[in-house]
Design a protein around this ligand. Structure first.
Ligand code: ACO
Length: 426
């Protein structure tokens, strides 16, 4: 056991402290390295760099473990509720019965949007991607809730966090209803978080909306599975944006923008499109060959951190079967997905690279069965991830050693040269 690493450059050696977490790999502390040695460390993509200290989520990618505040994701998805997980992520502990009642009430009574906010949606084209609407609408929250923008006031930080968790379903449902040309549905306080969301998405004035407990449970579980995932690209975006002191509505809008990318949250839409493109199991071998020839990627497969099964994918697959069974749907794409998974998991290309299905592989089929168009998949991800983003943002703000994020670079451009007037350039 050692508590320092030694790095030698030329004839000089530098001692670097080794920091220990409560679990997971030790960390070499390079904070003073540049000052001492005049060298940067180089790590594009942060494959070996911890960008912060955190107590929220732990992943062991080799073992396929995901813990929120110490609790395994499988247990939370099976036994808890999304709002309970929100309390856990945000405040560090599962709530007592009284704490939960208070928390649920707080969230419930923040679900409505300012009436003028509804007119804001009218500015978007009906065929706008709902993620484009989400990015704009969430950023615009700061124009409507300016009384909770002081990031140095813990009470205002808490109110903003509650507002974001509460209003995201209302905004997401409006983005969906707007794209369908249907009227907006006002939230109902007697409904649970997930039931309320489904009602705001699918009810129409022409008939009564009938809740389906299996679908409500599936929605809640999907939200739990997406609630947080350590320092991924969008969470790091939220932290970096927040490190400048930016208010949470701006930071979460930045996180949503980052999430939209196909390598991140946009992969659930792309995974479903890929299954549609494959169409039938007979086409799988040719498609897999194209993946191996590096013409395209197998969407919903592979992960930067998991080099084993994504534990969320296991729960997602089970939820997928439950939803299809409840709705009596025999989706041919499920057969394509199952066969594709089998083929990929027995192929040396995927085995050697430790490529396993991630959460997005089965989420698209499930959400499609529930009635969501594929453009909404990443929106649902953003809705659920908002609690993770805001919990990480809050943790960063509460850290007295917080510094503005400022990565450095390995510069390989032109060195200093003199300006040449245009008539003298060759
Ligand atoms: N299909 C085919 N090959 C793949 C895939 C894939 N999905 N993912 C990685 N590989 C290959 C790479 O081509 C590379 O091969 P090589 O060694 O021959 O060059 C090797 O596996 C390592 O891949 P990297 O790109 O270095 O892995 P990285 O950790 O950077 O990428 C990522 C992770 C972006 C998730 C990648 O696996 C991917 O693009 N997957 C598809 C998109 C996807 O499903 N994203 C969702 C992630 S989960 C989430 O955000 C909720």
């Amino acid at each position: 056991m050692t508590d320092k690493a030694t790095l030698t450059i030329g004839d000089k050696s530098y001692d670097l402290p080794i920091l220990k977490g409560s679990t997971g790999p030790d960390v070499v502390d390079v904070r003073k390295f540049y000052g001492d040695s005049d060298h940067f460390t180089f790590d594009p993509g942060f494959t070996s760099t911890a960008s912060c200290e955190s107590k929220i989520t732990f992943i062991d990618g080799d073992a396929g473990i995901l813990l929120h505040r110490g609790y395994p994701i499988g247990q939370l998805a099976e036994e808890s509720s999304f709002l309970e997980v929100c309390h856990l992520l945000l405040n560090g502990e599962l709530p007592s019965a009284d704490e939960f009642t208070k928390f649920e009430r707080n969230i419930t009574y923040h679900t409505m949007l300012h009436a003028q906010f509804d007119t804001f949606f009218q500015g978007f084209r009906r065929d706008a991607h709902p993620m484009a609407v989400m990015t704009g609408a969430v950023g615009a929250l700061s124009a409507f809730y300016a009384d909770s923008l002081n990031v140095d006031d813990p009470k205002q930080r808490e109110i903003s966090a509650h507002r974001l968790i509460a209003k995201m379903p209302t905004i997401a449902a409006r983005a969906f209803q707007y794209s369908q040309g249907r009227p907006f549905v006002t939230p109902r306080n007697e409904l649970s978080y997930s039931e309320n969301f489904l009602r705001m998405c699918f009810s129409v004035p022409a008939e009564d909306w009938v809740p389906n407990p299996v679908l409500t449970r599936a929605m809640d579980r999907i939200f739990i599975l997406h609630a947080d995932h350590e320092q991924n690209a969008s969470t790091s975006t939220v932290r970096l944006a927040g490190s400048s002191g930016a208010h949470p509505f701006a930071c979460i809008a930045a996180g949503i923008a980052c999430l939209w990318g196909p390598s991140h949250g946009g992969a659930n839409q792309e995974a479903l499109e890929m299954l549609e493109e494959i169409g039938t199991v007979e086409n799988i071998p040719a498609f897999v060959q194209g993946v191996k020839d590096k013409k395209y990627k197998l969407m919903g497969f592979g992960h930067r951190v998991y080099k084993n099964f994504d534990p969320r994918a296991t729960v997602m697959q089970k939820t997928c079967y439950e939803v299809l069974e409840q709705l009596g749907i025999n989706d041919p794409l499920l057969h394509v997905a199952m066969e594709l998974e089998k083929v990929a998991l027995s192929d040396p290309y995927f085995i050697d690279r430790k490529l396993y299905p991630n959460i997005d592989f089965y989420s698209g089929i499930t959400l499609r069965a529930m009635g969501f168009p594929k453009e909404m998949f990443t929106v649902l991800f953003a809705l659920a991830r908002t609690v993770g983003w805001i919990s990480q943002w809050k943790e960063m703000f509460e850290d007295p050693s917080r510094k503005i994020g400022r990565p450095r670079q390995l510069y390989t451009g032109a060195t200093q040269r003199d300006y040449v007037p245009v008539d003298k350039r060759g």
